[in-house]
Design a binder for this molecule. Structure first.
Ligand code: XUL
Length: 513
């Protein structure tokens, strides 16, 4: 059996797969807010950060590992696990001094992980992906390298506030002494993998590409980006490596304390989005994944290595080899709920009233569907922009908002130059038939719905099995199955309407930002 771990913003999850029976054998999560209330982080991060700063206490993530395994071991025999892989929220970074390697190698099963690793932290808190405080550092890095176009060509993304490089630069500028005392900088995912393996492990290309430091052409740390970020940075970073590598055997700490076999392997970790690409069975180009949440996320394996000329989208390593794209849309459910509340509708009316009563293309009415600042496109919106009167009927508004969201997604994923043969849809709003049909029609591709609660942890378990020689395609067929009767076919008679609507949407956008 194979164990996947996912250290996400709000929780640490374990998911065990058994390829012999094709079943998920065990699943358990520890919620940082409710299970570890002493850290005062109800949503997994330290509240009320100043000037866009969002940090978490890395000891909370570390203590969660002990708590998770003490709970899993109560009902599950961990000696059955052949290999482990971890996934983690992307971009977050943890700073350790030179004692890390020695401490990891000599972890005492009689003491908690937290007490043994706390003295190795050279920075008490860890910036996470929600942090937007590094605008100045992004500008400095871009300038030093010759502009954001260059940063994007090298690393797959322009310099981005939440990415690790700008975060490291800010730490270096704020506290040179602590930066100097830092011996290794880990991502959340590689920190969890390092603890499991009892040694400092490599950073995989999937998560490594979310740092603004990895050169996507050489797959090594880029000398110019390193220099632009902070001095002697190469010495502090684990080496980058392919995701499917085995890092070593599980640490004796977990063998003694929780009953793992001393033969259990630890594969390299990856970021939660690359891990979800695996968990959604989408590592081959042609399948787009759209996750509808507070923010909407789009990701897909890429058949050619291109970068977004507008700098909104990102390129990460695909754990199965090659690259994947990721595009975040901040105003996802945020906008859907804002309009629903504004119009006083229920979710059911939203579908029935909006989409059932209006024609595809909304007779040329389009909306830029943003109730707050957006990152794709990057603009400080405060309200939607319409090419029709704001007091139009509820059904016109609903269709305009939903069509606007997916026209915006189609427009901002066009740089990939790929037409999907299948869209796998997940997240709360994906259950809505009207929304699923709309996505099928706008992208002109069949849509399958996934009821995966924890795609990143499933992806990690599949990666662990794959690193031990199990074929990924066979695993995907076994574990990455859409919900029964969830397939929706596109209506080809809508293709022309939506081709025109993308143009209208693009014109309204250019005129407004
Ligand atoms: C991706 C990103 C988020 C985090 C969430 O760039 O910032 O999706 O990975 O955990």
């Amino acid at each position: 059996m194979f164990l996947g771990l996912d250290s996400s913003t709000q929780s640490l999850s374990a998911l065990v797969i058994d390829p012999a029976s094709g079943t998920v054998a065990h699943e358990l999560s520890v919620n940082f807010g409710t299970d570890l209330p002493a850290y005062g982080a109800p949503s997994g991060f330290i509240p009320d950060g100043k000037a866009g700063e969002v940090h978490a206490d890395p000891l909370m993530w570390i203590e969660a590992i002990d708590l998770l395994f003490s709970r899993v071991a109560e009902n599950f025999d961990l000696s059955q696990i052949t290999a482990i892989a971890a996934s983690g929220q992307q971009h977050g970074s943890v700073y350790f001094d030179n004692s890390l390697v020695q401490r990891l190698a000599t972890l005492d099963p009689k003491q908690p992980l937290k007490d043994q690793l706390a003295p190795a932290l050279s920075r008490p808190s860890a910036p996470i992906w929600m942090d937007t405080s590094t605008g100045a550092e992004c500008a400095e890095i871009a300038e030093a390298v010759g502009g954001n176009d260059e940063v994007c060509k090298l690393s797959g993304s322009i310099a981005v506030e939440r990415f690790t490089g700008p975060q490291i630069r800010k730490f270096y500028k704020q506290d040179v002494e602590a930066y100097r005392n830092t011996g290794s900088i880990h991502l959340v995912s590689s920190m969890v993998g390092s603890i499991m393996a009892g040694k400092s492990i490599a950073i995989d290309h999937g998560d490594g590409a979310g740092m603004n430091l990895l050169n996507l052409h050489t797959l090594g740390w880029d000398p110019d980006l390193l220099d632009a970020t902070a001095p002697n940075l190469r010495d502090k970073l684990p080496r980058p490596a392919a995701s499917a590598s085995i890092a070593g055997k599980v640490s004796n700490y977990f063998v003694q304390k929780y009953g793992f076999s001393s033969n259990c392997d630890v594969a390299l970790s990856t970021g939660d989005n690359p891990s979800s690409l695996v968990g959604m069975g989408a590592t081959e180009p042609g399948t787009f994944v759209i996750s509808l949440g507070t923010s909407d996320t789009f990701f897909a394996a890429m058949s050619k290595a291109v970068t977004d000329p507008q700098g909104f989208g990102h390129v990460f390593g695909n754990p199965a080899g090659g690259f994947m794209s990721l595009i975040c849309f901040r105003n996802g459910s945020l906008s859907r709920e804002a309009l629903r509340d504004e119009l006083g509708l229920s979710w059911d009316d939203f579908d029935a009233a909006g989409l059932a009563k209006t024609p595809a293309g909304n007779e040329g009415r389009v909306m830029l569907p943003f109730y707050g600042p957006e990152i794709t496109p990057r603009h400080d919106f405060s309200a939607p922009v319409r090419n029709f009167p704001a007091d139009a009927s509820a059904e016109i508004q609903v269709r305009a908002l939903l069509e606007g969201q997916f026209l915006n997604m189609r427009l901002h994923s066009a740089w990939l130059g790929e037409q999907p043969s299948l869209i796998r849809l997940t997240g709360g709003a994906s259950q809505n038939n009207g929304i699923a049909q709309l996505i099928a029609d706008i992208f002109q591709a069949p849509v399958e719905r996934f009821a995966v609660a924890n795609g990143a942890a499933l992806g990690a378990a599949l990666r662990a099995a794959n690193a031990c020689g199990h074929d990924l395609e066979t695993l995907s067929k076994q574990f990455c199955r859409p919900a029964a009767d969830s397939q929706i076919e596109p209506d080809s008679s809508k293709a022309a309407v939506y081709a025109a609507a993308v143009q209208t949407y693009g014109k309204l956008l250019s005129a407004s930002v």
